[in-house]
Design a protein around this ligand. Structure first.
Ligand code: KG4
Ligand code: ZN
Length: 418
């Protein structure tokens, strides 16, 4: 099967074309995936000026970028073939126009594209329909519908958090995203920690495509807390990498005894002693604000120490909650994924935790920690393999679902395809 997968849940416009073979399916997972094409356009730099992602700016950028990203992906996959004369019927063009009525720029670009290129040799179009920013999601959803109309292909709806889960099955080190990748084996149940800009959850993957949420944040997501703390310290979006860099700088100085801990720089570890798997980060952010305001001048060293203390607080809370979850279950594997899984400190402290318990830790390669379409592609192939035609959704039901929970993703789909 060859699937074209589309991602636009936040500020990344991404498309991949991937191939799997049923002979590589072992009953729970694929042993291999071939990536024929994979292109991504990140808007992060644009949003950094505003200090965060503006949904309508993201929508505008996705509308502008989808056709160039598609063209590039098809070119990589060797599937971009010029046509002699346009083959998409007038009726279809009318339907595509209606589908993209809220994205006129995207319609104009797609029309030009369809007038020039053949239908590529693919079997289905998949797109992330949620969770994410509604205006951004809708562009990908409508674009997927338009391609499915133009090329007579079925549509597969995907869950963004399930995609992050699947990112961890790619080899931990990859230099290039094109090629054939041997995948890690899935042995259920799997304990899953998903940390991103919008989500903080501990999930039990009970079986293939079956999830149960065990814990979640009562307020801010961890990535959001990283971004807000970075802003308080005077840095732009996305804040995670910057906080991580400062914190490591401080830790190195500390290890060489070049600095001494300031007793004033101490932050709470929210909910660390609570007997549940939930999180809360808004108090931590407020505590950072108070700390920042208590200094008449924020020197580089104070910023570094605040970043270090903040990371230690997040790390201790995560390790404590995961320890609780491991103790309560029977897991052979932990998956840690989502944008925040790029964090060096968390990667190494969870590795140590997994080693202590003699459990596997699956981490995505750094290239796939942020939003991308390869992770969604693996979820699309798995859905199609397990569900067959039930993985498809009709056009009139194919819509953005900005709050689509991972544990609802299968039930909602089966309900809709009944
Ligand atoms: O999954 P993702 O790319 O987008 C969402 O689905 O939200 O996650 C983005 C989040 C941002 O909040 C960003 O600051 C955070 O991931 N992030 C990090 C690091 N790199 C990105 N957080 C901590 N440490 C990092 N190295
Ligand atoms: Zn994400």
């Amino acid at each position: 099967m060859r699937i074209l997968s589309i991602e636009s849940s936040c500020d990344e416009t991404a498309i991949s074309i991937t191939k799997t073979s049923p002979k590589d399916w072992n009953g729970k997972c694929f042993k291999e995936i071939k990536v024929l094409g994979d292109s991504l356009n990140s808007q992060a730099e644009l949003h950094s000026e505003f200090g965060g992602v503006y949904p309508n700016v993201a929508k505008r950028e996705h509308s502008k970028n989808f056709v160039p990203v598609l063209t590039h992906t098809l070119l990589q996959a060797n599937l971009l073939q010029r046509i002699e004369k346009p083959s998409v019927s007038k009726d279809k063009i009318e339907l595509i126009k209606e589908t993209l009525s809220r994205e006129p720029e995207l319609f104009a670009r797609l029309l030009l594209f369809l007038a020039q290129y053949e239908k590529p040799n693919i079997d289905a179009v998949a797109a992330v329909v949620g969770p994410g920013l509604a205006p951004a999601l809708w562009v990908g959803v409508n674009f997927a519908k338009a391609l499915s109309i133009a090329w007579d292909l079925p549509l597969i709806p995907l869950n963004h958090m399930e995609g992050h889960f699947y990112s961890a099955f790619f080899p931990e080190k990859i230099d290039n995203t094109i090629g054939a990748f041997k995948l890690k084996e899935a042995e259920y149940p799997i304990l899953v920690l998903l940390l991103s800009g919008g989500h903080t959850e501990i999930v039990e993957a009970q079986d293939v495509l079956r999830y149960r949420k065990l814990g979640w944040t009562l307020d801010d997501a961890v990535g959001e807390a990283y971004d807000k703390v970075a802003r308080l310290l005077g840095f732009t979006y996305p804040g995670g990498p910057k906080i991580s860099e400062l914190s490591h700088k401080y830790e190195e100085k500390l290890s060489k005894s070049q600095v001494q801990r300031n007793p004033k720089i101490k932050l709470p570890r929210p909910k660390i002693h609570d007997n549940d798997l939930n999180f809360s980060f808004s108090g931590l952010k407020t505590a950072v604000l108070r700390l920042v305001n208590s200094f008449s001048e924020l020197t580089d060293e104070i910023k570094e120490e605040i970043a270090y203390e903040f990371e230690k607080a997040v790390e201790e809370v995560m390790v404590s909650k995961l320890t609780r979850a491991i103790d309560a279950g029977q897991y052979k594997t932990i998956v840690f994924a989502g944008g925040v899984s790029a964090n060096k400190r968390l990667r190494s402290s969870l590795k140590k935790l997994a080693d202590d318990y003699n459990i596997n830790l699956y981490l995505p390669p750094l290239k796939l920690t942020g939003d991308n379409s390869l992770m969604s592609a693996l979820s699309a192939h798995t859905r199609l393999q397990v569900l067959g035609e039930k993985a498809y959704l009709e056009h009139n039901k194919f819509e953005a679902k900005s709050n689509w929970e991972i544990d609802q993703a299968l039930d909602d789909l089966l309900e809709n395809t009944r």
